[in-house]
Design a binder for this molecule. Structure first.
Ligand code: ADP
Ligand code: MG
Length: 705
């Protein structure tokens, strides 16, 4: 933009981006013109407003730069095709809002909704077939009355709110240079890649993104040979091609590696400002999907596509930075004497303590439920892991004593925050060790100079989780600033002593949320209950937290990022989506049972029955032959599965008939999931018995290796 726009126009745009002025018509027209010329130069024929309805994906509607110009010369009317793109087309469009999830805020007869350019996220161009391309305009999506219908509006509001609160706190301790604070986000994306041909033969994978039946093969991940292993050639080809496409879109992809489970991989970018990082994560998912298709692979973002092996997450690395790019959560050499670090660090921990249930709600989806709270998954408890060093820092501040162990090492370290290890191998250079070890089981862990919100699901947009995290931290910063103001008294700025008084208070308050042990253990479930930390195991229960008075007050008053109707509409949409997801899964499983599983079993049974008839004709005592045993087992299992399918049909009908969406979600959770699990258990035994040639669904061993 700087290269193509007149200087004054560019300056105005930058001022607008910082929220200081709004764009006037002439400036918008000038930007639109430059954008069109730039885009057409790269093959663009169309433009689109690109936005994020509450579907965990993005939406777009393409319009050509085409206009028809009519002129009359000598009484002849001539129509000429010309290219146009005006400032108002750049700034705003009007999609039909009634066809997107709106939680009752829009009715079909008043369907107006608006998309408005989010100038903090750069325009980009994506290639389309036949050498053409499309200009993308990142947007927010709001209703006729200005209510947020999308994921982004609330995220942008939460960014502004946290910036205000942070700047206020910084000014209290004398950091008056900082005018704006931003939240930074680095999203690690985990996913599975499976052969597309095989995937097409599995209706469950195709429709639901996860296998509803299928037994775990003898070898899966127990040898721990997949993590960081060599990438298969087809996978490397896919991922590197996706990276090239993403670089072209301005997404700074950095890391790629094999994950723990067979067929599971991870990609991560360099972190960016949160809202932009969210846009880029959504683009990453889109691009991966498209590129995998070209390589005859299918990318699976579901959190738990395969039973019995690791699921996928989306680790949201989150921090706060000043407008000078200084990371506020960087502990530096002596964190115990760094008031800025201590305040923000403790505020984040306190935020999780106060509003952990909100974070739990933010990650509640039908698919992520299998990763948190359900069978075979860790409990739904949100706690914070700090690591040895920072735990000791907080304990020492709390107990008003010197810090043990660490300060001594810090003086000798080559790297800030590291200690030196002696490997007794003279040919190796000295290596430094991080002061915090890793804890893979924590849902929310401090990792060196940022927090890592690990419980976020691989399939969901990071937007809502980051929005609620921002809101919770913002509320904590406000509260801490109020306390600090009191302690500071008449002084211009708070002293380190003042800060320590307040920090100590909040270390004490938030102590129960800190947990350094194994989050997957039964002991933690019991310990958390003793500490009063909630264990929320189902989505409907988690959604309720949004409307819980304490949390609702934060989201609608203290940090007003939602209006009450917006929050209620979200609650409605979340419940509705949950019910729909479970009904789709249940109906898919019904089809699998009657069209694939039972027919396979019957075919095999027929062969065995014929063989028994033949053996009988030869005079063999068929009551003790192994065929008889197989025949009986197939009979028992198919009877049981058919019965359970009947139960599932009843549960589906019950949920379908329940008009109250919240009640329907609870019923879906309690009735549908349980029967589906029972069906699966029986089908998986059957799979082990039926001859492979009759089993029509590709098995785990084929899908994963
Ligand atoms: P891990 O070892 O946890 O797998 P990765 O290297 O895969 O780590 O990912 C770490 C992510 O954290 C990257 O996206 C990185 O850019 C991001 N990150 C680093 N520093 C910050 C920060 N200050 N704020 C937000 N994200 C950060
Ligand atoms: Mg990683």
């Amino acid at each position: 933009m700087e290269r193509t726009l007149p200087k004054s126009i560019f300056q105005k745009f930058i001022q607008q981006q910082k929220g200081r002025v709004s764009l006037d018509r002439a400036t918008a027209d000038a930007i639109a013109h430059a954008a069109r010329v730039w885009a057409m130069d790269k093959g663009a024929t169309h433009f689109t407003h690109w936005f994020q309805p509450q579907t965990d994906s993005t939406a777009e509607k393409h319009d050509a730069f085409l206009s028809l110009k009519t002129s009359i010369t000598n009484g002849h009317e001539t129509v000429t095709a010309i290219d146009t793109f005006s400032g108002s087309q750049l700034l705003q469009a009007e999609p039909d809002a009634s066809s997107f999830p709106n939680g009752g805020m829009r009715s079909t007869f008043e369907a107006r909704g608006y998309t408005v350019w989010d100038t903090t996220s750069p325009l980009f161009i994506q290639q389309a077939p036949h050498g053409t391309a499309v200009l993308y305009i990142p947007c927010v999506f709001i209703s006729y009355n200005g209510e947020a219908l999308d994921e982004k509006t609330a995220l942008l509001r939460s960014n502004e709110a946290i910036s205000h609160a942070a700047v206020r706190l910084l000014h209290l301790i004398g950091n008056t240079d900082t005018k704006r604070v931003i939240t930074t986000l680095g999203v690690e994306q985990e996913f599975f890649l499976v052969d597309r041909g095989l995937c097409t033969l599995r209706p469950d994978l195709k429709i639901c993104g996860r296998t509803l039946v299928g037994s775990v093969p003898p070898k899966h991940q127990q040898l721990e040979d997949h993590y960081f292993g060599k990438m298969p050639t087809r996978v490397l080809a896919t991922i590197s091609e996706a990276e090239i496409e993403l670089f072209k879109l301005g997404v700074p992809m950095k890391t790629r590696h094999n994950e723990v489970a067979p067929g599971q991989f991870e990609m991560a970018p360099i972190f960016e400002e949160a809202a932009l990082a969210v846009d880029h994560n959504l683009l990453t998912m889109e691009v991966l999907h498209r590129v995998a298709h070209r390589h005859k692979l299918k990318v699976i973002f579901h959190e738990k596509p395969f039973k019995g092996i690791n699921g996928s997450g989306k680790h949201c690395n989150w921090s706060i930075s000043t407008d000078n790019g200084e990371n506020i959560l960087d502990p530096s050499v002596k964190p115990e004497t760094n008031p800025r670090f201590l305040l923000f660090f403790v505020a984040t921990i306190y935020a999780v303590y106060r509003h952990g249930a909100l974070l739990r709600a933010a990650i509640a989806t039908s698919s992520n439920e299998h990763r948190l709270g359900a069978n075979e998954a860790p409990p739904g408890i949100i706690s914070v892991f700090l690591g040895d060093q920072l735990n000791e820092v907080l304990n020492a501040v709390e107990e008003q004593r010197e810090i043990k162990n660490f300060s001594q090492h810090q003086i000798q370290s080559v790297k800030v925050g590291g200690t030196i290890l002696d490997l007794k191998i003279a040919t190796l250079p000295p290596i430094s060790r991080d002061l915090t070890d890793r804890n893979r089981t924590s849902p929310f862990a401090f990792t060196g100079n940022k927090f890592e919100f690990r419980a976020v699901g691989s399939k969901q947009s990071p937007s809502f989780p980051v929005t609620l995290l921002n809101a919770a931290v913002c509320a904590a910063l406000n509260e801490i600033a109020n306390e600090l103001e009191k302690v500071k008294g008449d002084k211009t700025f708070a002293s380190l002593e003042d800060v320590l008084v307040v920090v100590r208070m909040y270390i004490k308050k938030s102590k129960p949320i800190r947990f350094e042990g194994d989050n997957y253990s039964q002991e933690w479930v019991e310990e958390a209950a003793r500490r009063g930390i909630p264990n929320i195991t189902s989505c409907p229960e988690a959604f309720k937290m949004l409307l819980d008075p304490v949390h609702q007050k934060i989201l609608t008053e203290t940090v007003p990022i939602f209006t009450v109707p917006e929050l209620q509409s979200r609650y409605h949409i979340l419940n509705e989506k949950y019910v729909k997801d479970l009904l789709i899964e249940a109906n898919t499983l019904k089809g699998l049972v009657s069209q694939y599983i039972i027919p396979s079993a019957f075919e095999y049974r027929k062969e065995i029955a014929e063989s028994l008839v033949n053996l009988n004709a030869l005079g063999v005592d068929i009551s003790s032959v192994p065929e008889k045993d197989v025949l009986d087992k197939i009979g028992a299992l198919t009877t049981k599965i058919t019965e359970l399918k009947g139960d599932l049909e009843k549960a589906v009908a019950d949920v379908n008939e329940t008009k109250d969406i919240v009640l329907a979600a609870e019923k879906a959770h309690h009735e549908i999931l349980k029967v589906m699990d029972e069906i699966r258990t029986n089908v998986d035994i059957l799979e082990q018995i039926v001859a492979d040639k009759y089993w029509s669904l590709p098995k785990y061993s084929e899908l994963l290796f």
